[in-house]
Design a protein around this ligand. Sequence first.
Ligand SMILES: Cc1cc2nc3c(=O)[nH]c(=O)nc-3n(C[C@H](O)[C@H](O)[C@H](O)COP(=O)(O)OP(=O)(O)OC[C@H]3O[C@@H](n4cnc5c(N)ncnc54)[C@H](O)[C@@H]3O)c2cc1C
Ligand code: SF4
Length: 510
Amino acid sequence: MGITNVSVLPGCISCRNCESVCPAIFKVDPTSRVINRDYLPHAKEIFKAERLCPVNVIKVETTGNREPESEMAKGEAATLEKKAFLTRDVVELRFRTKGFSFLPGQYVSLSFRDAQGSFRRSYSIVSGDGSGFVLAVKLLSSGRGSKALQKLKVGDLVEYFGGMGHFVLRDSPTHKVFVATGTGLAPMMAMLAATPDSVPQTVIFGARTEGDLFYLERLRKIKNAKVIVTLSQPGAKWKGAAGRVTDHLGIVTPQSEVYVCGNPDMVESVKKALHDAGHDSGLVFAEEFVAQGSTASDAEKSRGTLSFLKRIVLDGEIPGLVIATVQWTFIAFAFAVPFLWGFFPKLRTELWSVSWISVVALMAVRPLADIFPKISLFRALIPLRQWLGILSASVVVTNLGFTAWNSWDSLVSSYLSARGWRVSSRALFARVSEITAVLLLVTSNAWSQRTLRANWKRLQRLSYAYFFSAGIILHWYGQTSALYAMVAIAALWIAAEITKKVRARGASSK
Ligand SMILES: Cc1cc2nc3c(=O)[nH]c(=O)nc-3n(C[C@H](O)[C@H](O)[C@H](O)COP(=O)(O)OP(=O)(O)OC[C@H]3O[C@@H](n4cnc5c(N)ncnc54)[C@H](O)[C@@H]3O)c2cc1C
Ligand code: SF4
C-alpha cells in the first residue's frame, strides 16, 4: 500500500501534533500544511499524525486497501471505572489505565467503533494521575461520539491516545485568567489544580442556564481564585453574574495570561474582544472544541439524487463497493487481454486504444485533482491510476509476447532498427504508449518507489518528457490525434503547477 496524497482539510486548530510526529511532512504556520510530497520514507509517521489529529482534518490517500488498524499507530487501553452525570447532558467519566501522564490543559483522543466504522473524538483532561484520567463530556443527542459514550458501561475498554496538545499551562507567576463555556471548563480544572496558590487566578465560567453549571463547589474551594459564573439566560432566582463571558473581560490586565476554551464562536469572540482592547495576543492561549464529525441526521438530511451526486463529485464519497468493483473489472480485463488478443485478432486495434486511453487517463487524474481541489472525485480517482497502469501494461506485454512468439527477430528489429520507427508511424505510436506505460508502471507502485527512492520521480518525469516529445514526432507522421491528447495533458500539468504555486503564495500571504 502506497500513499498517493496527503492533505490538510480546513478546520486545523494548530495543535501541532502532526508537526511533532512528522516534521518532514507537516508544518504548522499558522495552520498545518504539507511541505513535502515524498511520503514513502515517512509513511508510518504520516499515519500516526492522521490518527492523532484531534479534529480529523489530515486526509491520507493510499493505493489499495488500508493496512489493518492493528498495523497502524496503536493507542493504549483504558477501562471505564466510573460514570456520573454532572448536569442533564454533561457526564463525568473516570478511566483506569496502566500508567498515564499529561500536562494540565491537554486532551486525550478516544477511539470508538460503530456501524459506520471506527472514529475518534478528543476530550480534555479534567484531572489525571499515573492510574488514569477523568473527562467531562457534553452528550449530544445525535452525536456519534456521544452515542458511543452513552453506551459505554463501567468495566468496558476503550482505546486512547494522549495526553497531547499544546494548550498547556505556562509556568509563570503572572495573573492567569481562565475563560470557559460549558465543558470548556474541563482543561481549566486541570490547569487550576496545577496553578500555585501564590499565583493570582480568575475564572470566568459561562453557561446558558443554572441547570448547565457544574464543578461550582470545586471552583469555590480554589484558593486565591476569583470565580465569575455568568449565565446568558439567567432564571429569576439567579443571584450571580449575567451575560456572556466577553462581558466580564474587564478583569484582564495588560500582563494577564488568558486561557480560553469552549466552542469556536466563543473562543473567537473572546480573542477579538481582547485584541480590540489592545491585549498582547502572545498572552492569549486557546483551545477550540471543533466538531470532528457529522451526525446520522446530517447524513439523512443530505439524501436525494442531487445531494447524492454532490457527495460523489464534490465530497469524493465513492462507496467502497463501487471502487472495489471498478478495480476488479480492470484486473479481470487485464487478465482477459491475452485471450482477446489471441482469439479475436480483429480486436487488437481496440485493445491498443484501451491501452492508450488508460495511459492518458492515468496522466490526467493528478493534475485535475490539483486544479480542482473542491471536486474531490478527482482525488478519489487517484488510487485507480495503478489499475489503469496494469491494464495498459497488460496490452503492452501481450503484444510483446505475441510478437516474440511469432518472430523474435521482428520484435528486436521493431525496437532497435531506426527503419521501424521511420517506416510506420503506427509502430511508433505503439512504442510511445508501450514505453510510457512501462515507465509509469515501474514508478507507480509502492515497492518500486521504495526501491528507487527519490529516483522514481525522475523516472516518471522522464516518461512524461518522452510522451510529449514523441507526440511532436508523431505529428510529423500524421498522427495528430495523439498530439492533441499530449497537448491537453501538457496543458493540464502546466495549469496544475501554476495553480499550486498561486495557492501556496496566497496561503503564505495570509
Ligand atoms: C482538542 C479538543 C478537546 C475537546 N474536549 C472536549 C471536552 O473536554 N468535553 C466535551 O464535551 N467536548 C470536547 N471536545 C468536543 C468533542 O471532541 C466532540 O466534538 C463533541 O463531543 C461532539 O462529538 P460527537 O461525536 O458527539 O458529535 P458529532 O457527531 O461530531 O457532531 C454532532 C453534531 O453536533 C454538532 N456539534 C458538535 N459539537 C457541538 C457542541 N458542543 N454543541 C452543539 N453542537 C455541536 C456538530 O456540528 C454536528 O452537527 C473537544 C474537541 C477538541 C477538538
Ligand atoms: S494535528 Fe490536525 S489540528 Fe493539529 S496541527 Fe495538525 S492538522 Fe492541525
